[in-house]
Ligand binder design. Structure first.
Ligand SMILES: C[C@](O)(CO)[C@H](O)COP(=O)(O)OP(=O)(O)OC[C@H]1O[C@@H](n2ccc(N)nc2=O)[C@H](O)[C@@H]1O
Ligand SMILES: Nc1ncnc2c1ncn2[C@@H]1O[C@H](COP(=O)(O)OP(=O)(O)OP(=O)(O)O)[C@@H](O)[C@H]1O
Length: 274
């Protein structure tokens, strides 16, 4: 029997850094949503644990014990499985690739034989708890507190990564202002236009440090903001992937086509968010 699990891209619609714990981890307040594009995981019971990495974004992704898929499997324990990771998302890109994969392995193993999920998934990575749920949520603490949010209006995004990898620890290390205001209550709205006005008042506090390390993020944001119908352009996570928000999927696809035509080597995708 083979089980498949989907590892959707995680988008931080906002990302406020509100403090720092004694162990160096930062306190966050983030509105997170998920795309319908992502990596895929296949799990087949086997005599021992193994991992094969395939797909268009496989080059450069670790295939050994340092891959988060195997770390997740080891944490969960139980009868071993052969894991195949089909990598569609760019790595070290601020859209949770490794965390999404690890969360999908946890979900997949649970589906395989109902083995229990780990009690503290955050120990695998700050983004794992939110990626386990894989639906819009507010994330606080260092990522271990995840709660439902009021329903968001239909949102469509164009995701753009300029091909620069941005290591998350470097971005947190170069932050100068670590105590910033949290997000206010999330405004319930039915129209993207109203939601975008609210979201524009929120922030991604990692954008400044990320732009200093990867100036092409500024170029990405400029190109997205200039596309027709774009309500808001912002960076996700610690970068370098940025998103534009659009009222409809055709508008998000049109923006993706425009940007692909200008930058054929960039990773560009249009998706609903939820
Ligand atoms: C920036 C975000 O993507 C926002 O969703 C996440 O907080 C990062 O999640 P992640 O990649 O799962 O992060 P981890 O693998 O746990 O941590 C990578 C590194 O980022 C820094 N880090 C991460 C999360 C956090 N709340 N505070 C931190 O300071 C730490 O230096 C840590 O060593
Ligand atoms: N399954 C995996 N997919 C991608 N990278 C992985 C995986 N497992 C381990 N890694 C390592 O983790 C590093 C960070 O990759 P990842 O895609 O998780 O970052 P990210 O998208 O920036 O994460 P976040 O949005 O959570 O900050 C990579 O450079 C790679 O060496």
């Amino acid at each position: 029997m083979t089980v498949e699990a989907f590892a959707p891209a995680k988008i931080n619609l906002s990302l406020h850094v509100t403090g720092r714990r004694a162990d160096g981890y930062h306190l966050l307040d983030s509105l997170v949503a998920f795309a319908d594009i992502g990596d895929r995981i296949r799990l087949t019971p086997a005599a021992e644990w193994s991992l094969a990495v395939e797909g268009p974004m496989a080059p450069g992704v670790p295939t050994g014990e340092d891959n988060l898929c195997l770390k997740a499997a080891r944490m969960m324990g139980g009868p071993p499985a052969a894991i195949t990771l089909i990598k569609e998302l760019p790595a070290a890109a601020g859209i949770g690739g490794g965390s999404a994969d690890a969360a999908a392995v946890l979900r997949g193993l649970n589906a395989l034989d109902e083995r229990p999920l780990p009690a503290e998934p955050v120990a695998l990575g700050a983004d794992i708890p939110v990626c386990l749920r894989a639906r819009a949520a507010r994330m606080r603490g260092i990522g271990e507190q995840v709660e439902d949010v009021p329903s968001l209006p239909p949102l469509y995004a164009c995701l753009v990564n300029p091909g620069v990898t941005v290591p998350t620890p470097d971005i947190f290390a170069t932050l100068t202002q670590r105590e910033n205001a949290p997000m206010p209550d999330i405004q319930e709205c039915t129209e993207i236009e109203e939601f975008a006005v609210w979201l524009a008042r929120q922030r991604n506090d990692l954008e400044g440090p990320a732009r200093a390390i990867a100036p092409s993020i500024g170029v990405v944001l400029g190109l997205l903001a200039a596309t027709s119908g774009c309500q808001l352009a912002r960076m996700s996570g610690s970068g370098a992937t940025c998103f534009g928000l659009y009222p409809s999927l055709p508008e998000a696809r049109e923006a993706a086509a425009e940007i692909r035509a200008q930058r054929p080597n960039w990773w560009v995708a249009a998706t609903p968010l939820g």
